[in-house]
Design a protein around this ligand. Structure first.
Ligand SMILES: Cc1cc2nc3c(=O)[nH]c(=O)nc-3n(C[C@H](O)[C@H](O)[C@H](O)COP(=O)(O)OP(=O)(O)OC[C@H]3O[C@@H](n4cnc5c(N)ncnc54)[C@H](O)[C@@H]3O)c2cc1C
Length: 461
């Protein structure tokens, strides 16, 4: 980008803001970020902690005002209502307009509502934005029972938030078990058990049929598809999110569910790109989703596009996938590919604690013994090492040799690791495992140094 050019980014979330930051390191061009939600960038995954009182809003704003000024990043708190791609012009809600040379759409996601009768009643809301957080403060005041509809990660967050204020919460989950679409049955069962022990009424195989308002237009109950009416004063809709692209539907921009892009985030219109939750890859990588709706992938999109816009054209390569979440106090990490169900071509080594909510699954390809993914519940492994195993296509035998180095918790390695090893031996009775001189601490040190060096390099980039 040349100094006299204007880069306009719609959205100052992790994708848009990372892009602005990275372009600024390489270019003196004009950079403007426009957001309808907030004048500054904040951490969306941390919104729940503001509600629960663990953090204040200012604690989730990583860059103060002076950072924007010092880096000459212009912030506009406004909504883009129309894009004239031919004239390279944006029409804003405030009545003004802005011209661009390069436009990046980083418009994120919005909650998916499914046209339930009564869904417009007061007290029915999603939870994605800062405005949703403010609305929740209002809607949850003085209530005693809330219904959360949907079995995703945001649903559990909402349940935890409301529960933390002493509000009774019931969750309606369509499937037989929470998380059953994405998790193998054993993990899904374990997480269900954990959610129930937190005091949440998990109503499985129950769906929302209608919201029932009172005479003032405020929700008084929901009707389920089983025909039962459940009294409540708040309904949290957590039935997924969808790309925030509706304002672009009647334009020449090619859309499917999201904005269609190639591996360089180029859309069908010259000088127009899309990144983050709103982008949909025309040709996603093997085992990768077409739409990546994660914090760290948004950041990677921003980094990759910044390289391209500053003269170092680079195709996006995500590498082994990763996600982590918390179900109340229960940590969950997943790496690579672990499907909910699988054919005989695959197998897994699974360990679960007898009476605690802890489990590990190592998923592999039977023919080659290559590790394809890991699920960890209530146990945390070293991110860099798991990533390394997957990136280098380790076999399950190689992984077992290095297993102890992945562990943060020495208590775990002493006791439960033996049980996992036993599972492995039952799967591979013929295989002689040559554990590498059992110098695990050496290996740990090596990876600690490796990750420190990698993060220094990253920060200096
Ligand atoms: C409650 C919650 C918890 C989450 N927790 C996690 C987690 O733990 N880990 C994880 O990996 N991911 C998590 N995610 C997902 C993650 O936050 C998103 O993937 C990520 O924030 C998407 O970033 P983005 O930059 O693409 O878009 P966003 O952060 O959504 O930013 C898009 C911005 O564009 C603005 N915008 C849209 N249209 C317009 C317009 N027409 N005019 C002006 N501005 C516009 C929006 O107002 C918004 O501010 C969570 C999401 C939610 C909602």
């Amino acid at each position: 980008m040349q100094a006299n050019q204007h880069l306009v980014i719609i959205g100052n979330g992790i994708a848009g803001f990372t892009l602005a930051q990275q372009v600024r390191r390489q270019s003196n061009c004009r950079i403007t970020l426009i957001s309808a939600e907030s004048a500054t960038h904040f951490s969306r995954p941390a919104l729940m902690y503001v509600y629960m009182g663990h953090m204040r809003y200012q604690d989730i704003v990583p860059y103060p005002d002076w950072y924007w000024q010092e880096n000459n990043l212009v912030s506009m708190h406004d909504r883009v209502e129309e894009v004239d791609f031919a004239a390279k012009q944006l029409q804003l809600q405030s009545g003004s307009s802005t011209a661009y040379d390069t436009l990046v759409l980083a418009t994120g996601s919005c909650p998916a509502f499914y046209n339930w009768p009564g869904q417009e009643a007061a007290g029915v809301q999603g939870f994605v934005s800062l405005q949703d957080l403010e609305l929740l403060e209002k809607n949850a005041k003085g209530i005693n029972h809330a219904i959360v509809v949907g079995g995703g990660l945001i649903g559990v967050e909402l349940a935890e938030m409301l529960h933390s204020r002493g509000i009774a919460v019931s969750m309606l989950v369509r499937e037989e078990l929470y998380g059953q679409n994405v998790l193998p049955r054993q993990e899904a069962q374990l997480i269900c058990d954990h959610i129930c022990t937190q005091g949440i009424a998990l109503r499985l195989q129950e769906e929302l049929a209608a919201v029932l308002p009172d005479a003032t237009g405020r929700v008084r109950a929901v009707r389920t598809t089983r025909g039962e009416d459940i009294a409540c004063q708040l309904v949290g809709i957590a039935t997924g999110v969808r790309p925030n692209v509706e304002f672009l539907r009647q334009t020449a921009l090619e859309l499917d569910r999201g904005i269609l892009v190639n591996a360089f985030f180029e859309t069908n219109i010259p000088d127009v790109y899309a990144i983050g939750d709103c982008a949909q890859f025309r040709k996603p990588g093997p085992l990768s989703p077409a739409i990546e709706q994660l914090w760290y992938t948004g950041r990677m999109h921003g980094q990759a596009l910044a390289a391209t816009l500053t003269g170092n054209r680079r195709a996006y390569a995500r590498g082994p996938s990763f996600n982590s979440a918390k179900f109340f106090d229960l940590e969950y990490q997943t790496y690579g590919y672990v499907p909910a169900t699988w054919s005989d071509a695959y197998d897994s080594i699974y360990w679960q604690h007898q009476n605690q909510h802890k489990a590990i699954r190592l998923f592999y390809d039977r023919a080659s013994s290559t590790l394809l993914g890991l699920n960890l519940i209530g146990v945390r492994y070293r991110h860099d090492l798991c990533h390394h195993w997957l990136e280098k296509q380790y076999t399950i035998h190689q992984v077992m040799q290095e297993l102890a180095a992945a562990n943060f918790d020495p208590e775990f390695s002493k006791t439960y690791e033996q049980e996992l090893m036993q599972q492995y031996r039952e799967h591979f009775p013929q295989h002689q495992l040559h554990r590498k001189s059992s110098n695990w601490w050496q290996l740990r040190k090596h990876f600690a140094l490796f990750s420190k060096a990698a993060s220094c390099l990253q920060n200096n980039r």
